[in-house]
Design a protein around this ligand. Sequence first.
Ligand SMILES: *[C@@H]1O[C@H](CO)[C@@H](O)[C@H](O)[C@H]1NC(C)=O
Ligand SMILES: *[C@@H]1O[C@H](CO)[C@@H](O)[C@H](O)[C@H]1NC(C)=O
Ligand SMILES: *[C@@H]1O[C@H](CO)[C@@H](O)[C@H](O)[C@H]1NC(C)=O
Length: 317
Amino acid sequence: MVLKYIRYILLFCLLLTVAICTLVWQASSTKEYSRSTYGKMRKLPQNYFIDGPLITQVVYNRIGKCGSRSLNTIIHSLSKKNEFHFYTSPVGNVTRPKILDLMSEVRLIESMPTPMLYTRHIHFINFEKFGHQPPVYINVIRDPIERFVSQFYFKRYGDNHMGMSRLARPWHDGERDLDINTCVLRNYSECSGLKLWYVVPYFCGQSPICREPGRDALLRAKRHLVDNYLLVGVLEDFEGTLQVLEKLLPTYFNGAVKIWKKVENKSVKNTATRNKVPLTPEADAVLRDKMKLEYEFYDFAFALYRQLKVFQLGLDL
Ligand SMILES: *[C@@H]1O[C@H](CO)[C@@H](O)[C@H](O)[C@H]1NC(C)=O
Ligand SMILES: *[C@@H]1O[C@H](CO)[C@@H](O)[C@H](O)[C@H]1NC(C)=O
Ligand SMILES: *[C@@H]1O[C@H](CO)[C@@H](O)[C@H](O)[C@H]1NC(C)=O
């Protein structure tokens, strides 16, 4: 009985194999295609003539107090309008995961349905080290002292939108009322050392050298910026950053400026940090000196941003 049908069964198996092979081959060849295209693009970083539609994986390793909540709001609206997947990591407090977590993070990002944009507060991940194709990175930075001051007060008083809800943390005596100028001038731990080494590690990455404030880390951060980031915008020119994103990644960011203009007033009011007291010139000078390398990175990124916006895209600064 079985013997009678054996050749049909064999034929069926053969056909099934052919079908599976064809599918696998097709999938891998599309991947090859986007890979080679992407390979070409990486040699021309910050270049206008990038074929936007072929980019399907974007990672925004957002930095706190650099406009990331506003940008997330905009991306959220855009994801519906422009039909891409927008994922925000639920992890908000780990920028340097342990190696196993890092590996699952890479696999997670790789496996997300495309086109997608993923965001998390996380230091740069070198996908190639894990044998994966790197996604396109984007980010937004801000004047280092402004960012630091904003965070100092945000931790204490929240902002108009969140109030104190997410900020329940125990403060020791007087710590919450600490004056930022005192903190800086007396070199309290909150205003010195690694607390002032904040943005560079986001671009330098997961390697231990990135934890050491120094030239090696700075150099690596700059290299990653040039090689892996399609755009690093600046909060000081947020609308311009959106304009540039519209040009570079139209399939994701078309209409970004329009959405921003609609929500701008509300968003600026909501995310304004409360109780800010200005730095004295003395404290400002001390901070500026301690954050020299952070400033060097910021100036470098700003110069590239300006060059891209004005000379390559022909937009007004
Ligand atoms: C991060 O937050 C989670 C939950 O909010 C907590 O369980 C975890 O201990 C935190 N990790 C660190 C390193 O602070
Ligand atoms: C300030 O504190 C940091 C550690 O937080 C320390 O490395 C540094 O040497 C101190 N600087 C001064 C001038 O005391
Ligand atoms: C936002 O505020 C500015 C100045 O306060 C005002 O001119 C503008 O019309 C406002 N925009 C919207 C969309 O409400």
